[in-house]
Design a protein around this ligand. Structure first.
Ligand code: IPD
Length: 333
């Protein structure tokens, strides 16, 4: 479906800009990760707790990359809007969400992984127009994985179409007991939130005789952005989390949707080519701080549309076992 008032050429130009920026800051990212070059000094990378909580950290590299990306973007697109984890989060999320083209950047997603040299960490650059995510670039420099996508232009990993696992190797799961779920424990360590997450994990893992879903695998990578790329790739079936922000998933959502996946934001379904009758009347809400993402599910033989139906059934099964954690939406939206 075309993006209102935005040509494919314009989307391609935004995508090219995002790729060039991700590649430009890639060497600084790797320097920070390995403590070499310009970020060799421990004081440069030392993690600071953002909200008085060491689990929610930021480093000098986060700030350097975000400032570099936004300085370039402000020159190229002076009339666009910019939302970045470090500039915005430190402002108490006090930004306004509008229909204008908005660049949404997480300079280092998975900062805790970054600090601990754990390779699931990367740069996320998304563009939303009319509040809809339409361009996404996720660069995981340590794994040398560059994910790119734009609405109507497909999704790719290092130039190869996603999902990388393709039918017949890409299976058609019919229950959570055949699924891998990636999720996160997040950085909110308040007692009620931790209890809620652990209760959800218990119900997902527990055997069916005791009311659980007997989920086949539960994985935590430490990076919401990486989680979405794993689902887009086809190596995990689902990703679910309450609490991340738009910068954690704006780019990854475009990549997943263009790879045939679907997302649920608490209000309804969204995906490319989902029949209008099944779709949420509103585009996926980037600001709602909740996400359930599911990979492309191939149709059963001779049953067109069954893949989309199974996506909804699996998501429904998941939502029946987990507890929602209410967070105030970002940007007062
Ligand atoms: C965090 C990571 C983490 C997720 C949090 C995010 P950051 O991003 O993606 O996996 O659970 O919700 O805030 O702070 O490392 O950029």
């Amino acid at each position: 479906m075309p993006v209102q008032n935005t040509s494919s050429e314009a989307l391609q130009a935004y995508l090219d800009t995002a790729v060039a920026l991700a590649r430009e800051v890639g060497p600084a990212f790797k320097d920070g990760f390995w403590r070499t070059g310009q970020f060799a000094s421990n004081s440069d990378y030392a993690a600071e707790g953002k909200l008085g909580n060491e689990a929610d950290c930021v480093t000098a590299v986060d700030r350097y990359i975000e400032q570099t990306i936004f300085a370039r973007l402000r020159t190229i697109y002076p009339k666009h809007r910019f939302v970045g984890e470090e500039t915005t989060a430190e402002d108490g999320n006090g930004y306004e969400v509008t229909d204008d083209p908005t660049w949404i950047v997480d300079p280092v997603d998975g900062t805790n992984n970054f600090v601990h040299h754990f390779p699931f960490t990367g740069i996320s650059i998304g563009v939303a127009i009319n509040r809809e995510p339409v361009v996404g670039v996720v660069y995981l420099p340590v794994l040398d994985e560059l994910y790119t996508a734009a609405r109507g232009l497909g999704a790719h990993l290092n130039g190869k179409p996603l999902p990388v696992v393709r039918p017949p190797a890409l299976t058609t799961p019919t229950s959570l007991s055949q699924c891998s779920l990636v999720t996160e424990h997040g950085s909110d360590r308040s007692a009620a939130v931790i209890k809620s997450r652990l209760d959800s994990f218990t119900r997902l893992l527990l055997d069916k005789e005791h009311g659980g879903a007997c989920l086949q695998n539960l994985r935590v990578t430490g990076s919401a952005t990486s989680d979405l790329t794993l689902v887009a790739k086809g190596v995990a079936e689902m990703y679910w989390e309450c609490g991340p922000h738009a910068w954690d998933f704006a780019a990854g959502v475009v990549i997943l949707l263009e790879a045939g996946g679907a997302v649920f934001d608490g209000a309804g379904w969204w995906g490319v080519d989902i029949p209008e009758c099944d779709k949420s009347p509103q585009p996926f809400n980037l600001w709602n701080r909740k996400i359930l993402a599911i990979r492309h599910v191939p149709d059963l033989p001779g049953k067109p549309g069954s893949g989309r139906e199974l996506q909804r059934r699996l998501a429904g099964e998941l939502l029946g076992h987990v507890q929602d954690i209410p967070y105030s939406p970002d940007g007062g939206h």
